[in-house]
Ligand binder design. Structure first.
Ligand SMILES: Nc1ncnc2c1ncn2[C@@H]1O[C@H](COP(=O)(O)OP(=O)(O)OP(=O)(O)O)[C@@H](O)[C@H]1O
Ligand SMILES: [Mg+2]
Length: 364
């Protein structure tokens, strides 16, 4: 049994300043003591996307107050912590430096171990923030604003990439198509709301890469087709129907490739564990969740997704990733650097440079 860990998590890789306190008990159980997320959406909305300079400044201005609030809500003082975990990448480097520096300062002042967390490892463990206990290994679909990948996760820091997008990330596709439909940033949740009650069969959209036998994704053709259709729309009902068709097409591709990955896994390891986890902002989409759950059930896999609040960026997932590393005897020195690019599976990323990280091109 490893000792209990009470970890302060800090997340500043994009446009949310977040801090959280998470306790990982000796038996591996998880308690979120607090999770505070200060969104910068209002600051970036006039520009239709995240402006790195504005993001970094906003993180500097709010980080201290957010950390204090997370500690206060958790009822834990600095003295009650056993570790500090801060996102060290991938992300907008100015913001990452703010959170990582703050984490280092706390670690140094309080003589606590520091974990420099890969933001994607945070998403990978986020489903464990719910009531459910999820053991390793599991098949992970990571679908966020900057990433769209299928990974085999064998343990802490052990992820092997099975497939990845060759152009845009799924969240990026939602955001860009939402923009062509005149929806505000961030577009994913707005598109989901518009699609409510829409007829997904009115418009035909291209089905991408479905003839290929791999687990890669592509959304650029869908984006172009949707933009062309959006130009000709005149009624609100048509907008709703196109949103529903887009959502169905994205969910369909995610389901199709996840199905392929599950079948390949069963073929390679017929007696292996069958667990499927979806994480990242797009996992908040109900249509996506429902399609993936159905595919998992069909293949005899368990299905897990983070509670809605932990799909998009938050610091609870960073604190938990840190606690898991501490429990495995891993920590970092105060020399840890902010990394704008940091793939979860570094070997796969180096071997196939055509697989792009997505919107925040800098990100992996
Ligand atoms: N309900 C929803 N339906 C569809 N997309 C959604 C929904 N909620 C959030 N998203 C999308 O999720 C993305 C944000 O997710 P997340 O915060 O995990 O990404 P990120 O941190 O920006 O990227 P990354 O984690 O890859 O660095 C955005 O693209 C957003 O539009
Ligand atoms: Mg994220």
């Amino acid at each position: 049994m490893t000792p209990e860990h009470t970890v302060l998590g800090i997340e500043t890789s994009c446009d949310e300043t977040a801090a959280a306190v998470v306790r990982r008990r000796a038996d591996g159980g998880v308690e979120v003591l607090s999770s505070v997320v200060a969104s910068q959406v209002a600051e970036h909305a006039p520009f239709g996307g995240v402006v790195p300079e504005i993001a970094a400044r906003a993180h500097v201005e709010t980080i201290e107050a957010i950390v204090e609030r997370a500690l206060g809500e958790a009822g834990v003082s600095y003295g009650g912590l056993t570790g500090v975990a801060a996102t060290a990448g991938p992300g907008l480097v100015g913001g990452v430096m703010v959170g990582l520096s703050f984490g280092k300062a706390v670690a140094l002042a309080r003589d606590l171990p520091l974990v420099a967390v890969n933001h994607l490892e945070g998403h990978a463990v986020s489903a464990r923030l719910g009531a459910e206990r999820i053991d390793y290994p599991f098949l992970l679909l990571l679908v966020s604003g900057g990433h769209c990948q299928l990974l085999h996760v064998a343990g802490v820091g052990e992820a092997r990439r099975i497939g990845s997008t060759i152009d845009d990330a799924a969240g990026e596709a939602f955001d860009k198509i939402a923009k062509t439909l005149g929806l505000p940033y961030p577009g994913g949740p707005a598109l989901e709301a518009l699609a409510e009650g829409g007829d997904a069969t009115r418009f035909t959209l291209p089905r991408m890469l479905l003839g290929r036998k791999d687990c890669d994704f592509s959304f650029s053709g869908l984006k172009t087709a949707a933009a062309r259709l959006a130009e000709g729309l005149t009624t609100e009902a048509e907008r709703r129907d196109l949103a529903a068709a887009v959502q169905k097409a994205i969910a369909g591709q995610l389901a199709e490739k996840s199905d392929r990955a599950m079948k390949a896994q069963v073929q390679a390891h017929p007696k292996g564990a069958r667990r499927f986890v979806v994480a990242g902002g797009v996992a908040a989409n109900r249509a996506v969740r429902a399609r993936l759950q159905a595919v998992a059930e069909m293949n005899g896999f368990s299905f897990s997704a983070p509670p809605l609040a932990y799909c998009t960026d938050n610091a609870a997932m960073i604190a938990l990733a840190g606690a898991e590393r501490l429990a495995a005897g891993l920590s970092d020195t105060l020399d840890a650097v902010a990394r704008p690019r940091w793939p979860l599976d570094e070997a796969a990323a180096a071997a196939s440079p055509t697989h792009l990280p997505g919107r925040k091109g800098a990100k992996a």
